[in-house]
Ligand binder design. Structure first.
Ligand SMILES: *Cc1c(COP(=O)(O)O)cnc(C)c1O
Length: 385
């Protein structure tokens, strides 16, 4: 730190120079991100709530009510009449809370100490962090030929130490939806906590179903589902950080509660102490602003772009890994390794991401990628050969 105060203008100049090193969503070159530019209205609301602290809700009663309203309305979107949970920093923290609830619940009611969680091979790496922090062993369920969790393999993985089963609604790499109804049945029959990670798909699947897309059921209408992760800062167009964790019953929050002596409330169930109210306010505002109709329109546009891009790829000799269920296209060229192809695209200033299973180029068709960007990209992909 400098000894003397520095002029605002000088500070801003320095910061802007560094900010210029960042990539900008607006030019449509960021192809592998699950986040996008937040809606201007959400950003405006966010700034108004920067000083609110939901870690001390007695001091911020209004903002706490906003969080409760937003959780309730995400819950309704996921077929739950009365929802419990929090707006957190993202999918990682939401998944960590879900697994912590499951672990504590199993410890309290089943006496399980060295617990295990069953997750598909396609699960987001946040579950590795959760397992590490919570001292749980990961048991990986296999994927079937369509890259979805293999139901039999989940059944076989269950033991008397299983504290949770996880399935994904919108996988990070391919955007696929696991057979959640089947897994829900297995979890329910075996009295095991079932968590659905819809960090990516949560803000699109309900709206696509609403306008007639034939997608599987993934939400609380399935009796086995205990919690769902859904990220407003991905498909919800809310500013970062905004993740959501929704629980079916309050008990899952209760088993995580610790005393919080110096605060205005007696206990706290979240991982983070001092936490932003701005995320809740911005998410609330943008959900009201779009409504089901607005989100459906966005989801449909992105699916149209997805179909356009997948078709375009096939026409120029590329192979897609699977028919997209959501707005992600993963592809390969039969004559070139995906990493080499990724390198060539990087040289053409496209910011791509390479999927691991299977190795392929992965494009997440977020709101900042428009038709003209896709046309340019297809043109470049054609020129490479
Ligand atoms: C993005 C993602 C996460 C992690 O979310 P963050 O907001 O990056 O912490 C977890 N699960 C899935 C399925 C995701 O796509």
């Amino acid at each position: 730190m400098d000894d003397k105060p520095i002029d605002k203008a000088d500070i801003l100049r320095e910061l802007e120079e560094l900010h210029r090193l960042d990539h900008d969503y607006a030019n449509g070159r960021i192809l592998g991100s699950m986040c996008t530019e937040a809606h201007p209205f959400a950003k405006e609301v966010y700034c108004k709530f920067l000083d609110t602290n939901l870690g001390d809700p007695g001091l911020f009663k209004g903002t706490k009510l906003i969080e409760e309203k937003v959780i309730q309305s995400i819950g309704e979107m996921l077929s739950l009449d009365k929802a419990y949970g929090n707006i957190v920093t993202g999918g990682t923290e939401a998944n960590l809370m879900a697994i912590r609830a499951a672990r504590n619940h199993a410890r309290k009611y089943k006496g399980i100490v060295d617990g295990e969680i069953i997750i598909p091979d396609s699960a987001h790496f946040s579950f590795k962090k959760a397992a590490d922090m919570l001292n749980l062993r990961i048991v990986e369920a296999k994927l079937d030929d369509n890259y979805k969790i293999d139901v039999e393999s989940v059944r076989e993985a269950i033991s008397d130490k299983t504290v949770a089963i996880v399935a994904i609604a919108g996988t990070t790499e391919l955007g696929l939806i696991d057979p959640i109804e089947d897994i829900s049945k297995i979890a329910h029959e075996n009295n095991i906590y079932f968590h659905v990670d819809a960090a990516f798909g949560g803000f699109s699947i309900p709206f696509l179903k609403r306008i007639g897309y034939d997608l599987p059921v993934f939400d609380f209408s399935l009796e086995g589902v205990c919690s769902i992760t859904v990220d407003p800062h991905k498909m919800g167009l809310a500013p970062i950080p905004a993740g959501g964790i929704i629980f079916r019953c309050e008990e899952y929050l209760d088993v995580m509660a610790v005393d919080s002596p110096y605060l205005t409330v007696k206990t706290q169930s979240t991982i983070v102490g001092t936490r932003l109210g701005a995320s809740s306010a911005a998410t609330y505002a943008i959900m009201k602003y779009f409504g089901k109709e607005g989100y459906s329109k966005i989801a449909k546009e992105l699916m149209d772009n997805t179909a356009f891009f997948a078709e375009g790829l096939k026409e120029i000799g590329y192979e897609i890994v699977c028919e997209p269920e959501l707005n992600i296209v993963a592809f390969n060229h039969p004559d070139m390794d995906a990493n080499v192809l990724a390198q060539k695209l990087e040289e053409l200033n496209w910011k791509v991401s390479v999927a691991k299973c299977p190795v392929s180029i992965r494009v997440v068709l977020m709101n900042h990628i428009k038709r003209n960007h896709l046309e340019e990209l297809l043109e470049d992909l054609k020129e490479i050969f």
